[in-house]
Ligand binder design. Structure first.
Ligand SMILES: Nc1ncnc2c1ncn2[C@@H]1O[C@H](COP(=O)(O)OP(=O)(O)OP(=O)(O)O)[C@@H](O)[C@H]1O
Length: 301
């Protein structure tokens, strides 16, 4: 049974659809990414998973429980770090960690989390006085302090410096190894590519693709790019006729062909057949950025 299950989730605000039929499941020991443009409905979706918003329609289950009807039980199983999270400004970081740990029967040792997240120097600082990045680190620690079975992390590393970001990624990888199911909303492609086992791309309230990062990349129309300078010019039309070829551009003596694996294979055969030497030949894979741009509308802000 998946730890998190979302089926045909729908949610509108004042008649405007924010989430329009989203479905996905997240298994134990899986990091499931949600990518999508601003306003696509990502936060609304994870707020429904956390039981903080009631869906208009559809089904949400966390460990088999309805997070709205069984909110208290779900709170014990699910750690949550949301974009709109706030704490009482006068509470110090150390007090907040003690308080949150007291909610759970078997809390994690928060000192370990504090060390992993580089929060040691901040324990006596009030929440209201923490820098943006330190607040973020504290909210991550609070999401994990209950030793949850599942966590929802909305923009996990926004505002973190590069070292804190790497440390947080390693922490998440350890949590996954412990069998926790993780839902990660992110705008960072590098983060998604490194951490996520599967990713849902959401656009205008709908899931436009669910796959592994490699699967999403392979699914892009132009999954490979070949760049070269030929000693004997090759006809543009001939290159465009290669199987799967999408575009051919030439500038400064170099030609760039976009296409698929089949395009690359056919291109190599063409070189051999013509006894053409391609200098500085480079074959590059599409990135998750390319896949993301393919899968989301261009009319978004
Ligand atoms: N409390 C609310 N009241 C009214 N409309 C809302 C509310 N929260 C979100 N919306 C609207 O619902 C849509 C989806 O918002 P949501 O915050 O879920 O998107 P998102 O994908 O998380 O965006 P971002 O990447 O900017 O965080 C947007 O059009 C937003 O303006």
């Amino acid at each position: 049974m998946p730890v998190i299950e979302v089926q045909d989730l729908r949610k509108s605000y004042g008649g405007r659809r924010a989430v329009d039929g989203v479905s996905f499941t997240v298994d134990e020991g899986e990091i499931f990414g949600i990518l999508g443009p601003n306003g696509a409905g990502k936060t609304t979706t994870v707020e429904c998973v956390a039981g903080l918003r009631a869906p208009d329609a559809g089904l949400v289950r966390v460990a088999g429980l309805d997070p709205v009807a069984r909110h208290e039980e779900v709170t014990r199983l699910l750690g949550v770090q949301l974009q709109r999270s706030e704490l009482q400004p006068k509470l110090t970081a150390g007090e907040a960690l003690d308080l949150y740990a007291s909610f759970y029967e078997r809390p994690a040792d928060w000192r370990v989390l504090v060390e992993r997240l580089g929060l040691e120097g901040q324990l006596r600082t009030r929440f209201g006085k923490l820098s943006g990045g330190m607040r973020q680190r504290l909210l991550i620690a609070l999401a994990l302090v209950g030793n949850p079975r599942a966590v929802v992390l909305d923009e996990l590393t926004t505002g973190l410096d590069p070292r804190a970001r790497r440390d947080t990624w390693e922490l998440l990888e350890d949590i996954r190894a412990d069998g926790v199911a993780v839902v990660l909303v992110t705008h960072f492609m590098e983060e998604a590519q490194r951490l996520c086992d599967r990713i849902a791309v959401i656009d205008k309230g709908r899931v436009t693709a669910v796959d592994t990062p490699a699967g999403l990349i392979d699914g892009t129309a132009a999954s490979r790019t070949v760049a070269f300078a030929a000693d004997t010019p090759l006809e543009q039309a001939e290159l465009l006729a290669l199987p799967g070829a999408l575009t051919v551009t030439s500038a400064d003596g170099r030609t760039v062909v976009t296409g698929t694996d089949a395009t690359v294979d056919a291109f190599i055969s063409l070189l051999a057949r013509r006894a053409v030497t391609a200098r500085g030949l480079r074959v590059t894979d599409a990135t998750l950025d390319d896949a993301y741009l393919d899968l989301t509308g261009t009319d978004q802000p």
